[in-house]
Design a protein around this ligand. Structure first.
Ligand code: ATP
Ligand code: MG
Ligand code: ZN
Length: 177
């Protein structure tokens, strides 16, 4: 099943390029990182604008990972994503002229990241005290082994005790997609 639609992808792309401050009615700006700005559409789909190159990689990574079954047993859920092509628009990135793509992704409700000492080389406490919870340090490591190197607090959320990486764009260049 696909995610997002071309009409909304185009709408938010032209808004983003217009440098207006007021987002279109029903939309909100929900975050930004080093390369992209993320907007939430009226029907609860995230659209990322700002790097076509990363958007295409993220869509490919999502598709590739979602076809693999092993994530589930590690309490990791890969959100659906799709890159929508903005016909007639191009941008220069990394010295190359690209067709523009906007990324649509399933929205993941932000929740507090469970802090784990194992992130800092100490012993993991996630499964020792209170209700067992998904271990962020283990999830980071698991993602890293599969080529996703920049997992940190801004690039993932925990929801219903599942780990959701929401930024799959910055993959190791060596990973074949
Ligand atoms: N699927 C999503 N659900 C909810 N929030 C999201 C989602 N995707 C992105 N966001 C929010 O938007 C912010 C920016 O998105 P993202 O991390 O993908 O951009 P980026 O520019 O690639 O980041 P980076 O600097 O890590 O490369 C995230 O930190 C997060 O707060
Ligand atoms: Mg990010
Ligand atoms: Zn832990």
């Amino acid at each position: 099943m696909t995610i997002g639609n071309l009409e909304d992808a185009r709408k938010i792309y032209y808004f983003h390029e217009s440098h207006n401050y007021k987002v279109p009615p029903g939309w909100s700006e929900i975050g930004s990182g080093g390369t992209r700005t993320a907007y939430l559409s009226p029907d609860n789909v995230v659209y990322k604008v700002g790097s076509s190159y990363i958007n295409v990689r993220e869509a490919k990574a999502s598709r590739k990972f979602r076809a693999q079954k092993h994530w589930e047993s590690h309490d990791i859920v890969i959100p659906r994503a799709r890159a929508w092509r903005i016909a007639g628009e191009r941008e220069v990135e990394y010295g190359r002229n690209h067709v523009v793509y906007v990324l649509a992704m399933e929205y993941v409700e932000p929740q507090d990241m469970a802090y784990c000492k194992a992130q800092y080389g100490e012993t993991c406490t996630c499964r020792k005290f209170g209700t067992p919870r998904v271990c962020v340090a283990k999830a980071f490591e698991y993602m890293r082994q599969r080529g996703v190197y920049d997992m940190f607090e801004d690039n993932c959320f925990i929801q219903d005790n599942k780990f959701y990486p929401i930024d799959l764009g910055c993959l190791n260049q060596g990973l074949r997609l």
